[in-house]
Each structure stands twice: as structure tokens, then as C-alpha cells.
Design a protein around this ligand. Structure first.
Ligand code: NAD
Length: 267
């Protein structure tokens, strides 16, 4: 039987119309949470994500369509979610990537990557965390990347944003460390640092390594470069870790960064 320990709790997962965010939203739904999803996409994609989260067992699910490049839109979304149901679990997952050498990086790409991957995380945290502290329970889970721990060529804004997410999370973890109690579950802030995960985000990088071969050839080449396990992670596997971090008994797990990278960052 599924353990619905998040019954009565409300979660927001940013960027959950696709990929890892959708996997996390489904995992939190299966644990009984009410889930706010967010992300871009046409109505069909939003409807499909809503259905997937509902089918996973969500107590309730709604889509909030803020464009996370816009701080005013984030403020509106956070107020709307608070009016719907005060937030217990905040998963900052939305992110974009653009891989070209530093000197060729379009300035607009730098601005968008920093805005979505880093600044939006700051905005949602500053708006959500005081309420979590007042209620004695809160979970902030930032989906960073192995690129929050190490660098790679051609990813200057991405690597900068993900290192920033880890620093931001450490500060928030310290500021909120004493909120709540063991019984209430406390307020924690952690980062998940995936290596390669099967999602649309990495398709251009797979495509660039096909070398005339199949998609599987591109995947093998991508894994061989960095990920010693030679296995992709699935979004549901990130969802399982995120869900565990929400448990009451994880009250003292805070300020941490969890690599899920097949040994990439151990090299
Ligand atoms: P994805 O492209 O499948 O999903 C990205 C999500 O972010 C989508 O829902 C999209 O609509 C949303 N989004 C993009 N721009 C937005 C905006 N302006 N406003 C609101 N939402 C926006 O990507 P993914 O692979 O699932 O990535 C999710 C997170 O995981 C990202 O932060 C990414 O950096 C991180 N990550 C991914 C991998 C990987 O291998 N896929 C590895 C490490 C880290």
C-alpha cells in the first residue's frame, strides 16, 4: 500500500509540465500531496501533465502559468497558491540550458538562464519560507545539477546558475535551521544534483553526438563522456529522492547537495 504521508500537505513543483519536474510532481502526488504544477507549454501539454499528476494520486492539482523570468509573475503565482492552500513543499526545478563557448554565449541566453535557474529560486524561497517557518514545517528542494558541483565546457551560465543555487540553499538552510521541531518536521533546504536524466532538455546534446548513428548511439556517447555508471537516471528516480526528503524524519537533513550522477562528481 502507498504511504500517503503527504496527505494534507501542498507542494509546488516549478517546471513540471515536462521531464524531472513532472516526475517529482507525480511522486509527491502518489504520497498524497495537493500539487501545484507550473511550466510552459501548450494547452495539450498542460492538460497531459495535470492528468498525469491526478492519476498518480494527487489530492488536488492545479496549473499556475507564471513565466519564471518575470519576478512580478512569480509574486502573483505565489500569492495565488497561498490563497489556494499554504505551501509546505517547494521544489524549484524549472531550468533551461544553452551550450556554446563562453565568448559566443548570447547575452540574452545568459540573462534567461540566470533568471529561470537561479533568480526564480530566490524569489519563490523568499516568498514561501516565512510561512513554512511560522507553521513549523517546510521543505525546499532545489533541483540543481552535477553542474552545481563541477564545471564543463560550453555551459558558463548554466554552471554559474547551478553553483549559485547550491550557495543560496546553504544560506537558507542556516537561516531556517532552528524553525519548527522534531515533531513538526522543521524547515529544510536541500539540493538534488542529477547527472544525465532522460528528459527533453538533453535531446540537443544527444543529437550532437549521434555522428550519423541512432539516438541510442548518441546516448551511449553522452554517458561515456562523464557518467561512469553508463546508465541514464529516470525522472521518477529523482522523484523518489525528493519525496523522501519531505518525510518528517528527514528534519535534520538540511543544507545538503545529493548527487544522482552515476559517479560523475566522484571522479
Ligand atoms: P525539461 O526541458 O524537460 O523541463 C523544463 C521545465 O521547465 C518545463 O516544464 C518547462 O516548461 C519549464 N520552464 C522552462 N522555462 C520556463 C519559464 N520561463 N517559466 C516557467 N517554466 C519554465 O528539463 P528537465 O531535464 O526536466 O530539467 C529540469 C531541471 O533539472 C532543470 O533545472 C535542469 O537544469 C535540471 N537538470 C536536468 C538534467 C538532465 O539531464 N535532464 C541534469 C541535471 C539537472
Amino acid at each position: 500500500m502507498t504511504d500517503t504521508f503527504l496527505s494534507g500537505r501542498t507542494a509546488l513543483v516549478t517546471g513540471s509540465t515536462s521531464g524531472i519536474g513532472l516526475g517529482i510532481a507525480q511522486a509527491l502526488a502518489a504520497a498524497g500531496a495537493r500539487v501545484a504544477i507550473n511550466g510552459l507549454g501548450d494547452q495539450a501539454q498542460v492538460d497531459a501533465a495535470l492528468a498525469a499528476v491526478r492519476d498518480a494520486g494527487a489530492a488536488d492539482v492545479r496549473h499556475f502559468n507564471a513565466d519564471l523570468r518575470d519576478p512580478a509573475a512569480i509574486e502573483t503565482m505565489m500569492a495565488e497558491i497561498d490563497a489556494w492552500s499554504p505551501l509546505d513543499v517547494l521544489v524549484n526545478n524549472a531550468g533551461i540550458q544553452h551550450a556554446v563557448p563562453l565568448a559566443e554565449m548570447p547575452v540574452g541566453k545568459w540573462d534567461d538562464i540566470i533568471a529561470i535557474n537561479l533568480s526564480a529560486t530566490f524569489h519563490t524561497m523568499r516568498l514561501a519560507m516565512p510561512g513554512m517557518a511560522a507553521r513549523g514545517f517546510g521543505r525546499v528542494i532545489n533541483v540543481a545539477s552535477v553542474h552545481g558541483l563541477v564545471g564543463s565546457v560550453n555551459k558558463a551560465p548554466y554552471v554559474a546558475s547551478k553553483h549559485g543555487v547550491l550557495g543560496l540553499g546553504k544560506v537558507a538552510a542556516l537561516e531556517y535551521a532552528a524553525a519548527g521541531s522534531r515533531d513538526s518536521g522543521g524547515v529544510t533546504v536541500n539540493a538534488i544534483c542529477p547527472g544525465w536524466v532522460e528528459t527533453p532538455l538533453i535531446e540537443p546534446q544527444i543529437e550532437a553526438r549521434r555522428d550519423g548513428g541512432s539516438r541510442d548511439d548518441g546516448v551511449r556517447a553522452l554517458l561515456a563522456e562523464k557518467q561512469p555508471s553508463l546508465r541514464m537516471t529516470l525522472p521518477a528516480e529523482i522523484g523518489a529522492l525528493a519525496t523522501w526528503l519531505c518525510r518528517r524524519e528527514a528534519h535534520n537533513v538540511t543544507g545538503a547537495a545529493f548527487p544522482v550522477d552515476g559517479g560523475w562528481s566522484a571522479q
